[in-house]
Ligand binder design. Structure first.
Ligand code: GLA
Length: 369
């Protein structure tokens, strides 16, 4: 019987700083205690098998094979993308069985795709004795997502899954890929993750449209002021210079959200829950009105939370168009809030929300049995 090796990669929430990573901004996500666990069992042949406890799809490849993204596959495309890029970069791929189990909801905006990419790459590199830097690992997995899966996401998700730290928010400067940890002990408050359970059908197309709109805003502003290198460098005083009303609102979200991230870091450092909550509410309003990535279900869920006893603030998290929201809730009020928000959401949307009282956990790691 071969010895097995176990690894874990978390999902993530973004506390604040939405749609800023691809605009060269500072974001403030945190890794969750929910995540994906991978068991790697070495084999004596040249085969790699992919299996998951939550899917029937299984795939078997020979280490010498070549493969590319296949629409006939679902979840297996993610680990196959990691394996393909590792081969391309000259890493030895060991024959092994890869078996995944997860308590992270999929396709819900909590970065299950980043988690499976990062846990796969980490496990294979760790098992084969490679030394690597975690920022390099985040970039590597982001490349898999961009070039193999074909989603033009920024670096935030893979970075957080790779570098998250228990009880800390991760302040990432996406311009230079440097980070700092901000203690996120919240006294009597906790983060509550709320899943709309609305399938995120628009996310791919609309996400790319938002990126293009931001690029257009940046180009127009650079034409006027050549010292601006990212949209996050611009100031609200420049907005009237943008001729297109939609582009102006997109840029306004980015500029104001960047200021809110800096204020939120200060609030966390001072343990000022009220001001942190206010910033969350403002962030959601900006994503709803200026960036237009929320939608009826997210707005309904967030409004219900915001108007509940014991909630300091709430906002959508991740790309938007469905998926999850987060709320900063007093521990004593959590049970009642879940009941009230769940009922109101069901009444107004016909959907059943799921709630996760998860903590802030560590980034990807080996589990030593
Ligand atoms: C998705 C992307 C991230 C980021 C967020 C929005 O999660 O994968 O790179 O752009 O949306 O903040």
């Amino acid at each position: 019987m071969m010895r097995s090796y176990q690894y874990f990669a978390p999902g993530r929430i973004n506390l604040i700083g939405e749609h800023l990573d691809y605009n060269g901004g500072i974001v403030l996500p945190a890794a969750l205690t929910l995540g994906i666990r991978l068991t790697l069992t070495p084999r004596n042949d040249n085969t790699i098998t992919l299996r998951s406890a939550s899917h029937t799809e299984t795939v078997q490849v020979n280490v010498a094979d070549e493969w590319s993204y296949d629409t006939a596959y679902q979840w297996c495309n993610y680990p196959l993308g990691v394996l393909a890029l590792m081969k391309q970069e000259g890493f030895d791929i060991p024959a092994c069985d890869l078996y995944y189990t997860s308590d992270l909801p999929e396709g819900a905006g909590l970065s299950s795709s980043a988690a499976i990419e990062v846990v796969t790459a980490f496990a294979l590199l760790h098992y084969t004795g490679n030394h690597f830097d975690r920022v390099w690992l985040a970039n590597f997995c982001c490349e898999v997502e961009n070039n193999y899966i074909g989603v033009q996401c920024g670096i935030m998700d893979q970075y957080t899954v790779a570098l998250g730290k228990k009880d800390h928010a991760l302040q990432i400067d996406c311009r230079n890929l440097k980070h700092a940890y901000v203690p996120a002990g919240l006294q009597d408050y906790q983060w509550l993750v709320m899943n709309t359970n609305k399938p995120r059908s628009l996310v791919r197309s609309e996400y790319n449209i938002r990126r293009q709109e931001c690029e257009r805003a940046l180009k127009a502003l650079q034409y006027i002021n050549s010292s601006i290198s990212t949209l996050c460098d611009a100031s609200v005083h420049m907005l009237p210079l943008l001729p297109d009303e939609v582009i102006r609102r997109r840029a306004r979200h980015v500029i104001n959200e960047q200021k809110r991230v800096k204020d939120a870091i200060e609030s966390l450092q001072k343990n000022d829950i009220n001001s942190l909550g206010r910033l969350l509410n403002e962030s959601h309003a900006s994503l709803r009105d200026d960036y237009e990535v929320t939608g009826f279900e997210l707005d309904t869920l967030v409004n219900a939370a915001q108007s509940s006893e014991g909630c300091a603030g709430a906002r959508m998290t991740g790309a938007g168009f469905g998926g999850c929201a987060i709320a900063l809730v007093h521990r004593d009020a959590c049970t009642e809030l879940i009941k009230r928000v769940g009922e109101e959401y069901k009444r107004k949307t016909g959907l059943t929300a799921t709630f996760y009282q998860t903590g802030i956990g560590d980034g990807v790691h080996a589990i030593f049995a």
